[in-house]
Ligand binder design. Structure first.
Ligand code: SIN
Length: 311
Protein backbone atom coordinates (compact mmCIF):
# COMPACT_ATOMS: atom_id res chain seq x y z
CA UNK A 1 0.00 0.00 0.00
CA UNK A 2 1.67 3.23 -1.15
CA UNK A 3 1.63 5.99 1.47
CA UNK A 4 2.64 9.65 1.31
CA UNK A 5 2.39 9.99 5.10
CA UNK A 6 5.21 11.82 6.87
CA UNK A 7 6.41 13.21 10.19
CA UNK A 8 7.97 16.50 11.24
CA UNK A 9 9.37 16.44 14.78
CA UNK A 10 6.84 14.23 16.59
CA UNK A 11 3.89 15.33 14.50
CA UNK A 12 2.28 12.91 12.07
CA UNK A 13 0.75 13.91 8.75
CA UNK A 14 -1.35 11.64 6.53
CA UNK A 15 0.03 13.39 3.45
CA UNK A 16 3.33 15.21 2.83
CA UNK A 17 1.71 17.97 0.73
CA UNK A 18 0.49 21.29 2.11
CA UNK A 19 0.22 24.98 1.18
CA UNK A 20 3.14 27.38 1.27
CA UNK A 21 2.73 30.37 3.60
CA UNK A 22 1.13 33.20 1.68
CA UNK A 23 -1.24 31.06 -0.39
CA UNK A 24 -4.77 30.12 0.76
CA UNK A 25 -3.94 31.08 4.32
CA UNK A 26 -4.89 34.72 4.93
CA UNK A 27 -8.31 34.03 6.45
CA UNK A 28 -9.99 31.21 8.37
CA UNK A 29 -12.14 30.58 5.32
CA UNK A 30 -9.09 29.99 3.09
CA UNK A 31 -7.36 27.86 5.73
CA UNK A 32 -10.54 25.81 6.10
CA UNK A 33 -10.43 25.03 2.38
CA UNK A 34 -6.90 23.63 2.75
CA UNK A 35 -7.92 21.80 5.93
CA UNK A 36 -10.78 20.14 4.05
CA UNK A 37 -8.62 19.21 1.04
CA UNK A 38 -6.24 16.28 0.52
CA UNK A 39 -3.39 18.37 2.02
CA UNK A 40 -1.75 16.85 5.10
CA UNK A 41 -1.58 20.17 6.92
CA UNK A 42 -1.66 23.93 6.47
CA UNK A 43 0.61 26.80 7.39
CA UNK A 44 -0.93 30.14 8.23
CA UNK A 45 -0.06 33.43 6.54
CA UNK A 46 2.94 34.89 8.34
CA UNK A 47 1.44 36.78 11.27
CA UNK A 48 3.01 39.98 12.57
CA UNK A 49 2.46 41.69 15.94
CA UNK A 50 -0.27 43.94 14.51
CA UNK A 51 -2.50 43.32 11.49
CA UNK A 52 -1.08 44.75 8.25
CA UNK A 53 -2.73 45.89 5.00
CA UNK A 54 0.46 45.09 3.06
CA UNK A 55 1.67 46.76 -0.14
CA UNK A 56 -0.50 48.56 -2.74
CA UNK A 57 -2.08 46.52 -5.56
CA UNK A 58 -1.41 45.09 -8.08
CA UNK A 59 0.96 43.09 -5.88
CA UNK A 60 0.62 39.51 -7.22
CA UNK A 61 0.66 38.54 -10.89
CA UNK A 62 0.72 35.12 -12.56
CA UNK A 63 3.25 34.88 -15.37
CA UNK A 64 4.03 32.29 -18.05
CA UNK A 65 6.65 30.63 -15.83
CA UNK A 66 5.13 31.18 -12.39
CA UNK A 67 4.38 34.32 -10.44
CA UNK A 68 5.79 37.54 -9.05
CA UNK A 69 4.57 39.09 -5.81
CA UNK A 70 5.28 41.89 -3.46
CA UNK A 71 2.48 41.38 -0.96
CA UNK A 72 4.29 43.09 1.93
CA UNK A 73 3.07 40.72 4.65
CA UNK A 74 -0.63 41.59 4.66
CA UNK A 75 -2.14 39.60 7.55
CA UNK A 76 -4.71 39.70 10.32
CA UNK A 77 -2.16 39.86 13.13
CA UNK A 78 -0.56 36.77 14.69
CA UNK A 79 -3.25 36.36 17.36
CA UNK A 80 -5.90 35.76 14.70
CA UNK A 81 -3.95 32.74 13.43
CA UNK A 82 -2.89 31.60 16.90
CA UNK A 83 -6.53 31.55 18.06
CA UNK A 84 -7.52 29.51 15.01
CA UNK A 85 -4.83 26.83 15.33
CA UNK A 86 -5.61 26.48 19.05
CA UNK A 87 -9.30 26.11 18.21
CA UNK A 88 -8.51 23.36 15.68
CA UNK A 89 -6.04 21.67 18.01
CA UNK A 90 -8.88 21.18 20.48
CA UNK A 91 -10.95 19.27 17.91
CA UNK A 92 -10.45 15.51 18.05
CA UNK A 93 -9.98 14.84 14.30
CA UNK A 94 -7.87 17.89 13.50
CA UNK A 95 -4.69 17.71 11.42
CA UNK A 96 -1.44 19.09 12.85
CA UNK A 97 -0.57 22.62 11.72
CA UNK A 98 2.18 25.19 11.26
CA UNK A 99 1.86 28.73 12.62
CA UNK A 100 3.99 31.17 10.58
CA UNK A 101 5.24 34.28 12.38
CA UNK A 102 7.70 37.15 12.27
CA UNK A 103 8.04 40.58 13.83
CA UNK A 104 9.04 43.71 11.95
CA UNK A 105 12.04 43.88 14.30
CA UNK A 106 13.82 41.32 16.48
CA UNK A 107 12.09 42.85 19.52
CA UNK A 108 8.66 42.29 17.94
CA UNK A 109 9.60 38.72 16.99
CA UNK A 110 10.42 38.00 20.63
CA UNK A 111 7.16 39.56 21.86
CA UNK A 112 5.23 37.31 19.45
CA UNK A 113 7.14 34.13 20.25
CA UNK A 114 6.86 34.73 24.00
CA UNK A 115 3.09 34.99 23.61
CA UNK A 116 3.04 31.75 21.60
CA UNK A 117 5.22 30.11 24.25
CA UNK A 118 2.73 31.15 26.96
CA UNK A 119 -0.29 30.06 24.91
CA UNK A 120 -2.02 26.67 24.77
CA UNK A 121 -0.72 26.08 21.23
CA UNK A 122 1.20 22.82 21.08
CA UNK A 123 1.82 22.63 17.32
CA UNK A 124 4.68 23.60 15.02
CA UNK A 125 5.88 27.18 14.53
CA UNK A 126 7.59 28.49 11.41
CA UNK A 127 9.64 31.65 11.92
CA UNK A 128 9.76 33.48 8.59
CA UNK A 129 13.32 34.77 8.15
CA UNK A 130 12.94 35.41 4.45
CA UNK A 131 10.22 37.86 3.40
CA UNK A 132 11.71 39.96 0.56
CA UNK A 133 8.80 42.37 0.23
CA UNK A 134 8.67 44.77 3.16
CA UNK A 135 10.28 48.02 1.96
CA UNK A 136 13.35 48.86 4.06
CA UNK A 137 13.46 45.43 5.76
CA UNK A 138 16.08 43.01 4.40
CA UNK A 139 15.62 39.25 4.28
CA UNK A 140 16.85 38.34 7.74
CA UNK A 141 18.44 34.99 6.88
CA UNK A 142 20.90 36.63 4.46
CA UNK A 143 22.47 38.26 7.55
CA UNK A 144 24.07 35.38 9.45
CA UNK A 145 25.04 37.52 12.45
CA UNK A 146 21.51 38.82 13.01
CA UNK A 147 20.07 35.35 12.41
CA UNK A 148 22.40 33.89 15.04
CA UNK A 149 21.47 36.64 17.51
CA UNK A 150 17.74 36.15 16.97
CA UNK A 151 17.86 32.36 17.27
CA UNK A 152 20.13 32.50 20.34
CA UNK A 153 17.62 34.74 22.08
CA UNK A 154 14.61 32.73 20.85
CA UNK A 155 15.92 29.44 22.18
CA UNK A 156 16.61 31.00 25.58
CA UNK A 157 12.81 31.02 26.23
CA UNK A 158 11.06 29.13 23.42
CA UNK A 159 10.63 25.40 24.04
CA UNK A 160 7.96 24.50 21.48
CA UNK A 161 8.86 22.93 18.09
CA UNK A 162 10.21 25.68 15.86
CA UNK A 163 11.54 25.81 12.32
CA UNK A 164 12.65 28.60 10.00
CA UNK A 165 11.56 29.61 6.50
CA UNK A 166 14.64 30.41 4.47
CA UNK A 167 15.36 32.45 1.38
CA UNK A 168 17.24 30.68 -1.40
CA UNK A 169 21.02 30.72 -1.15
CA UNK A 170 23.07 30.67 -4.33
CA UNK A 171 26.64 29.97 -3.32
CA UNK A 172 28.22 26.83 -1.86
CA UNK A 173 30.02 28.94 0.75
CA UNK A 174 26.69 30.39 1.83
CA UNK A 175 25.18 26.89 2.14
CA UNK A 176 28.12 26.01 4.41
CA UNK A 177 27.83 29.19 6.47
CA UNK A 178 24.04 29.02 6.82
CA UNK A 179 24.13 25.34 7.81
CA UNK A 180 26.80 26.09 10.42
CA UNK A 181 24.45 28.69 11.93
CA UNK A 182 21.35 26.45 11.92
CA UNK A 183 23.23 23.45 13.31
CA UNK A 184 23.84 25.41 16.52
CA UNK A 185 20.15 25.39 17.38
CA UNK A 186 17.49 22.76 18.24
CA UNK A 187 15.45 23.57 15.15
CA UNK A 188 12.71 21.11 14.17
CA UNK A 189 13.00 21.98 10.48
CA UNK A 190 14.14 24.42 7.85
CA UNK A 191 11.82 25.29 4.98
CA UNK A 192 13.64 25.81 1.66
CA UNK A 193 12.76 28.12 -0.08
CA UNK A 194 10.80 31.35 0.02
CA UNK A 195 10.45 33.18 -3.30
CA UNK A 196 13.59 34.28 -5.16
CA UNK A 197 13.56 37.86 -3.98
CA UNK A 198 13.47 40.99 -6.08
CA UNK A 199 12.92 39.74 -9.59
CA UNK A 200 11.47 42.06 -12.23
CA UNK A 201 8.77 41.13 -14.74
CA UNK A 202 7.88 43.54 -17.54
CA UNK A 203 4.80 43.70 -19.77
CA UNK A 204 5.46 45.76 -22.92
CA UNK A 205 7.34 48.68 -21.31
CA UNK A 206 5.90 48.56 -17.80
CA UNK A 207 6.46 46.54 -14.66
CA UNK A 208 3.57 44.22 -13.73
CA UNK A 209 3.32 44.92 -9.98
CA UNK A 210 3.10 48.29 -8.25
CA UNK A 211 5.18 48.00 -5.04
CA UNK A 212 8.94 48.68 -5.13
CA UNK A 213 8.70 49.83 -8.78
CA UNK A 214 7.98 46.25 -9.86
CA UNK A 215 10.57 44.32 -7.85
CA UNK A 216 9.08 41.21 -6.28
CA UNK A 217 9.56 37.59 -5.23
CA UNK A 218 9.49 34.96 -7.97
CA UNK A 219 7.63 31.67 -7.55
CA UNK A 220 6.69 28.73 -9.77
CA UNK A 221 8.75 27.19 -12.58
CA UNK A 222 11.45 29.87 -12.31
CA UNK A 223 12.54 28.60 -8.92
CA UNK A 224 12.34 24.79 -8.90
CA UNK A 225 16.04 24.12 -9.65
CA UNK A 226 17.08 26.66 -7.01
CA UNK A 227 14.63 25.17 -4.50
CA UNK A 228 15.87 21.62 -5.16
CA UNK A 229 19.48 22.75 -4.77
CA UNK A 230 18.69 24.37 -1.42
CA UNK A 231 16.76 21.34 -0.16
CA UNK A 232 19.61 19.03 -1.09
CA UNK A 233 22.39 21.33 0.12
CA UNK A 234 20.78 21.56 3.56
CA UNK A 235 19.92 17.85 3.60
CA UNK A 236 23.65 17.17 3.13
CA UNK A 237 24.75 19.68 5.77
CA UNK A 238 22.23 19.82 8.61
CA UNK A 239 22.12 17.64 11.70
CA UNK A 240 19.71 14.76 10.95
CA UNK A 241 17.40 16.05 13.71
CA UNK A 242 16.68 19.15 11.57
CA UNK A 243 14.22 18.09 8.88
CA UNK A 244 13.69 19.82 5.55
CA UNK A 245 10.45 21.13 4.10
CA UNK A 246 10.74 21.58 0.33
CA UNK A 247 9.00 24.53 -1.30
CA UNK A 248 9.40 25.94 -4.79
CA UNK A 249 8.11 25.11 -8.23
CA UNK A 250 5.86 22.23 -7.22
CA UNK A 251 2.91 21.74 -9.58
CA UNK A 252 3.02 17.99 -10.25
CA UNK A 253 3.70 14.68 -8.55
CA UNK A 254 7.05 14.59 -10.33
CA UNK A 255 8.04 17.95 -8.74
CA UNK A 256 7.06 16.69 -5.28
CA UNK A 257 8.97 13.44 -5.93
CA UNK A 258 12.11 15.44 -6.79
CA UNK A 259 11.87 17.53 -3.61
CA UNK A 260 11.65 14.32 -1.53
CA UNK A 261 14.48 12.72 -3.51
CA UNK A 262 16.57 15.78 -2.57
CA UNK A 263 15.74 15.26 1.11
CA UNK A 264 12.40 16.93 1.87
CA UNK A 265 10.15 15.39 4.53
CA UNK A 266 7.21 17.59 3.58
CA UNK A 267 6.47 19.52 0.39
CA UNK A 268 4.66 22.85 0.08
CA UNK A 269 2.79 24.20 -2.92
CA UNK A 270 2.57 27.96 -3.50
CA UNK A 271 2.10 29.44 -6.96
CA UNK A 272 0.39 26.35 -8.42
CA UNK A 273 -2.05 26.27 -5.47
CA UNK A 274 -2.85 29.93 -6.11
CA UNK A 275 -3.50 29.13 -9.76
CA UNK A 276 -5.36 25.81 -9.42
CA UNK A 277 -6.99 25.95 -5.98
CA UNK A 278 -7.00 23.30 -3.21
CA UNK A 279 -8.07 20.51 -5.60
CA UNK A 280 -4.39 20.48 -6.60
CA UNK A 281 -3.54 18.49 -3.46
CA UNK A 282 -5.51 15.44 -4.62
CA UNK A 283 -4.10 15.62 -8.16
CA UNK A 284 -0.46 15.97 -7.03
CA UNK A 285 -0.93 13.22 -4.41
CA UNK A 286 -2.33 10.86 -7.06
CA UNK A 287 0.57 11.67 -9.40
CA UNK A 288 3.15 11.18 -6.64
CA UNK A 289 1.61 7.85 -5.65
CA UNK A 290 1.63 6.71 -9.29
CA UNK A 291 5.37 7.46 -9.55
CA UNK A 292 6.02 5.64 -6.27
CA UNK A 293 4.01 2.62 -7.43
CA UNK A 294 5.87 2.48 -10.73
CA UNK A 295 9.21 2.55 -8.91
CA UNK A 296 8.17 0.07 -6.22
CA UNK A 297 8.38 2.58 -3.35
CA UNK A 298 5.84 2.19 -0.55
CA UNK A 299 6.80 5.11 1.67
CA UNK A 300 8.71 8.38 1.42
CA UNK A 301 11.55 6.82 3.45
CA UNK A 302 12.20 4.46 0.51
CA UNK A 303 13.59 7.33 -1.59
CA UNK A 304 13.99 10.43 0.61
CA UNK A 305 17.42 11.97 0.09
CA UNK A 306 18.50 9.16 -2.23
CA UNK A 307 19.41 11.39 -5.15
CA UNK A 308 21.89 9.73 -7.52
CA UNK A 309 25.04 11.45 -8.72
CA UNK A 310 27.00 10.79 -11.93
CA UNK A 311 30.34 9.07 -11.18
C1 SIN B 1 4.66 38.74 1.40
O1 SIN B 1 3.68 38.87 2.15
O2 SIN B 1 5.24 39.72 0.91
C2 SIN B 1 5.20 37.38 1.08
C3 SIN B 1 5.68 36.73 2.30
C4 SIN B 1 7.02 36.13 2.15
O3 SIN B 1 7.56 36.06 1.03
O4 SIN B 1 7.59 35.74 3.16
Amino acid sequence: MVSTATQIANFNFDNCLMNAAGVYCMTREELEQVENSAAGSFVTKTGTLEARAGNPEPRYVDTELGSINSMGLPNNGFEYYLDYVIELQNQADSKNHFLSLVGLSPAETHIILKKVQESDYQGLVELNLSCPNVPGKPQIAYDFETTTEILTEVFSYFTKPLGVKLPPYFDIVHFDQAAAVFNQFPLAFVNCVNSIGNGLVINDETVVIKPKNGFGGLGGDYIKPTALANVHAFYQRLNPSIQIIGTGGVKSGRDAFEHILCGASMVQIGTALQQEGPAIFQRVTDELKAIMTEKGYESLEDFRGKLNYID
